[in-house]
Design a protein. Sequence first.
Lengths: 472, 262
Amino acid sequence: MATPQPNTADQLGISTEYQYGFHDDIKPAFKSRKGLDEEVINQMCDIKEEPDWMRQYRLNAYQIFKQKPMTKWGGDLSQLDFDDIYYYVKASDRSERSWDDVPEDIKRTFDRLGIPEAERKFLAGVGAQYDSEVVYHSIVEELDKIGVIFLDTDTAVKEYPELVKKYFGTIIPSADNQFAALNSAAWSGGSFVYVPPGVKVDYPLQAYFRINSENMGQFERTLIIADEGSQVHYVEGCTAPIYNSESLHSAVVEIVCMKGSRVRYTTIQNWANNVYNLVTKRALAYEDAQMEWVDGNLGSKLTMKYPSVYMMEPGARGEILSIAFASKGQHQDAGAKVYHCAPNTTSQITSKSISKDGGRSSYRGWVDVAKGAKGCKSHVVCDALILDKDSRSDTYPVIEIGENDTNIEHEARVSKIGEEQLFYLMSRGLSEEEASTMIVNGFIEPLVKELPMEYAVEMNRLIQLQMEGSVG
Amino acid sequence: MSNDLVIKDLHINVQGKPIIKGLNLNVNQGEIHALMGPNGSGKSTLANGLMGHPLYDIDAGEVIFNGINVLELEPNERAKLGLFLAFQYPTAIPGVSLANFLRLAVSAVRSESTNGTENAELIPMREFRRELRDKMRQLGVDDSFATRYLNDGFSGGEKKRAEILQLAMLEPKIAILDETDSGLDIDAVRIVGESVNRLIGPELGVLIITHYPRLLDYIRPQFVHILLDGRIVESGGWELTQLLEAEGYEPVREKHGIAEAE
Ligand SMILES: Nc1ncnc2c1ncn2[C@@H]1O[C@H](COP(=O)(O)OP(=O)(O)O)[C@@H](O)[C@H]1O
Ligand SMILES: [Mg+2]
């Protein structure tokens, strides 16, 4: 209908600088050579001064990685060259504990990422991963007092070796898939959280991090253990700078929800257009425990991510709410997996995708009900919104049921932005861009309203940026 | 008379089928017109065409508003000039609250710019909230309306009241009300009628479209027009509504030699 105007970002009250593409000039303290082999792993272990069991774990995982064939399903990985990636980059020598110790240029980057002042105070502890190392990590005293551990995983390996060793790699073994193996060999950073029995953390634990070195792999490793009857909400938000060459991000997130506990893990990621974002996320939920994944994926060249919940004991519940926005040159292959391993377990999957300017989004879902797991319920809703005729959306749902006494519902809807909706909004004075942005924001509202306030605002802004100049 | 809406020999077709076939009508600010016609006579087609719906093709004719030929303009540009359409079937926009939507709409129509591709600068939240609350109270609309998703799961009556609330907030010069009374029970018609009455004044011209004169018991038009087969076949005053009430459209059809639509 209309031609786009320049300066739309300004008019929407968004600084055009806030494009997530800036690249502060940070000098890494150490950078391994390109590619991964035993020598690089040993070097990494030496610098990190890691215990021997972790060194062995890494080397073992590396053997598995070497033997795994290239992943053939999901998206196109043919451009991904494992030898052309830096596997270990250390940004500064120490893990910072107080904000005052954080180097100026790093602070500047945080400023530009838009973490508001007020929010900093509120932050339970900002686990900020800068390059492959956590450089800033402040833990509020309250967390200490109530016995909650919230550390970067590297530090946790040193300070809580028994606890880490007991769970690390037990939820997602190295051999699980090619990228889990790679992460197990090369991981750095990520968060370790332990919440003692009965403790409810009533503010979200947040980790901010970003990639900041060309061709650097980002392999963080997160482990969350919620002990019996505890509650915690972990939030991971991420923006990445724009690069010239391919960039790989391959995280592993392992979560254990013990009896009666409740964990929510929220992610909002907006990757640069050249990033491969290949993530394995899995949670085990025991008796009456509840696990919720809230997952928002924007940007990247290819995202493959399917948060999963294994419901191990009766009464467990898994919920996955995911949203993917695929723009030009992007493939979002996202979804969810739920495994009903015990009777009377319930799950809910809500997946929303938006495809625009030739972008492609796929929903890949797996619902599994084990034999003998009677009285299980699963409800899956997949909504796809396609903004133009060049864009694409597919769904690949798999349902494996080994038990008759179950109740599974699957709904899938594909819609286009309706002419009637656009006309209605435009007849009230909205420009075509404002109208379509409003419709898209409405479409993802069920997810956005689950986010903490500042992330909800950020999410709507990101959508606005994605929609800019999209009308023609 | 600078803000006239002047419709001259207008022809509109929908998917290749001629629906409006040479229609002439003038509406001024401060005037109340009723356009009456049986189902299928083209009333909504006229309303949609005037507002710039992309499915409704203008074959011939002119629509001059405020001295400007609006047929070249996007729907939002027409809205910025002061044209408003209360829809017969308002569209639901799930996930978008009435308040968020209205804040952007009000900001857009009040901005200086008439350029339809420019995005609006939002009016301050406090100011907007106060105004919205006041207007909602005046119209007797429940406070919960503001946070509900636009027309999503609204009852018929709620949808029509939301349209009138938008009319009140956007303060157009000329408003077209397309069957704002249809599908409502007697009480709802009264509430909507009284609400519109409150908005009527020298600054607002209204074209009330209806096929049944119930709403006109509450809003007395000065001018009444009868639409049959894409043309205005009779224009007059209040007496025309009485005639239709008593005898229906049949005598008018016969008089003008127009068969009942298929
Ligand atoms: N969007 C549309 N698509 C197809 N036909 C339409 C559409 N709108 C109107 N028409 C046709 O135009 C004619 C007049 O319809 P309409 O303008 O809705 O009449 P009224 O509002 O007077 O009941 C009808 O034959 C109707 O089928
Ligand atoms: Mg109609």
